[in-house]
Design a protein around this ligand. Sequence first.
Ligand code: BGC
Length: 738
Amino acid sequence: MKIGANKFQSAVFQIWMFGLLLLCASQVNAGEKISNDKIVQQPFSQLFEAYIDSIISVLSLDEKISLLSGNSLFTTPGIERLGLKDLHYTDGSYGIGPEFAPHKWEYLTQSTDSGTYFPTGSALAATWNPTLAGIYGRAIAEEAKARGKNVLLAPGVNIARTPLCGRNYEYLSEDPLLNSKLVVDYIKGVQSCGIAACVKHFCCNNQETNRFTISVEADQRTLHEIYFPAFKAAIQQGNVMSVMAAYNKFRGKYCSENGYLLNNVLKEEWGFKGVIMSDWGATHGTVDAANNGLGLEMGNIDTTYFGVNLVVAVRKKEVSESIINENVRRVLRLMFFTQQRDFKATEGISSPNHYKVAYDVAAQSIVLLKNTSSLLPIDPQKINSIAVIGENAIYKSSIGARGAIVRTKYEITPFEGLKKTFGSNVNIIYARGYKAKYTEPTKENKYIYPENNVNQQLIDEAVALVKKSDLAIVFVGTNREIESEFFDRRDLKLPFGQDELIKAVTAANPRTIVVVIAGAPVDLTQAGKSANSILFSWFNGSEGGNAIADIITGKINPSGKLPFTFPASLDQSPTVLSNAQSVYYKEGIFVGYRWYDSNDLTPAYCFGHGLSYSSFEYRDFKCVKNNDSIQFSLNVKNTGKYSGYETVQIYSALLTSKIARPPKELRCFKKVYIPAGKEVLVKLNMKISDLSYYDESVGHWNLEQGDYVFVAGSSSRDIRQKINNLVKKINNLNCRKQ
Ligand code: BGC
């Protein structure tokens, strides 16, 4: 959009204006001596508001409104005469994607738009390590900065409500606390180098099917307890500078023009001061969007609802200029934060350190699901040959069907990682075992789905190979054609006849390790029956192949924990997908493990599950209640021979409650490194107010008095210690959550 010249554009005015801006900027920069660190901690500090006021006061209406929509797919304009530069946005939940043509959904062919491929969201969540999430966020943002970007369109924090959601691999987990803890550090990491994060997609974009049109309905308690917390934490604890409104409708109104979500919740309840942008092409009107809280229209190629249409709406008094001023203020805050300050030079694209971050996240994310005969880890000195089976052993996941991708300089496949790690003394031979095959797109449905095609010839070749090998490692799972933005999976089955392959290979050689590569739950019933050792890896970034090889040899002791429940079968799941145009979240707060626990269902693998090559003993679980918090402590001993991490998970329950509650809810967790044979004292704490539930009848949080039980476990079902009757007679008023 181009806004015409205005009467203020005289040379005299420009000189005057530059003087004013320099004066304001110098007051902020020098007079106040504000460090970048302080700005990072308080990006919405009052100190910059005078500077922002001075800019708003000299902008014409046309200029103001020009700031509120994209001038290309991934930029919004600055104001040249004032020295305000365009803002550059980039996707990048797991690395900075290739450049797009300005006005077309087409990648440019450039050699300069590569980046490190970091493990995707569900892998990050499986680390259960907020500190690592901060390092990860920082590394991605450094690459964004090196590519001249200002805003990183990440993190995506939508709850994994259904195991089938195509974007579960991009998001984090099924639990609001785990999401909140990870997202706060992630955002702080991103924003620590002067890049604005954008938490997305607000709200209830929990499936891809009909995502552009579906209307979601959820009750207030469910929203506040399950779907809101990560967004609220991003705003109130992470100081995130922008939020992306989701594509879908919520209670009949598009999220991008939903007054309840944008004005009431984000701005009024949570005090959000940053930019509220639409998802790409998700703006549907001018007056409704502006009056209901949308600040920035993004990604519309053909239609522009803001721009000239918004100017007209203001002139007709359908939208007040104060709304425009407020949104301009929000954009200027973002400009100030990302452009006006000289953040220190950071590491460039694909730096060795970034690959190291990718490796560390991958290494801490891999989950040991099962190791009943202690086949793992494998000592390279003790074997001569390995049969590596399966397409996923040679598959690269940085590029996939639809949605964000990364053109990475390198991606180590599992096969390459194994070759390097085991060295030339071990004979590693590969057989494909299965071949990916997909349905043809139809008129009604343009997406492709995996077929369950058994290729007996490939299975026979694999079996012949594993029979003469000391060890077999079968790589199965999904891929990025199957898990993708825009559509969901239709079931949880391992595709392409992989179950048959697993059955045949494990029968031919009991020394078989199954490695599943996927971004979300899959049905591992057959794998569980046939194989004694199962590892779950993810779309695990440029270093994924090295990380899985190091886990297999025991150089790294597995420490990943599942960020979501793996159902034993799809019909156990509280939800599947809705093909309708509206969906009511009838399971309410009973999402993920809350559902399985309440309904006494035994999943294949529970939330928080993940074994280690070591074993950990818990003792002396205690707690002290202070005014508004509870401090827990316990001793955890590594009783095995491998040093490694354990993640202590503390869940609470209220034995007698007047409302429906799940048997347990995650309250705090801590990942600690424990050398072999050593014992450490682990301390955790939580706010008492976090025990509150959202009381719909009064529209706020309430804390029930009663006997709360706290348990400490290695997973949501491997509970090791218990404390009864701890918090009696909590004072309602002091401790209620805000
Ligand atoms: C996705 C967003 C993404 C945007 C820009 C949309 O299709 O939902 O997550 O940031 O495209 O690429």
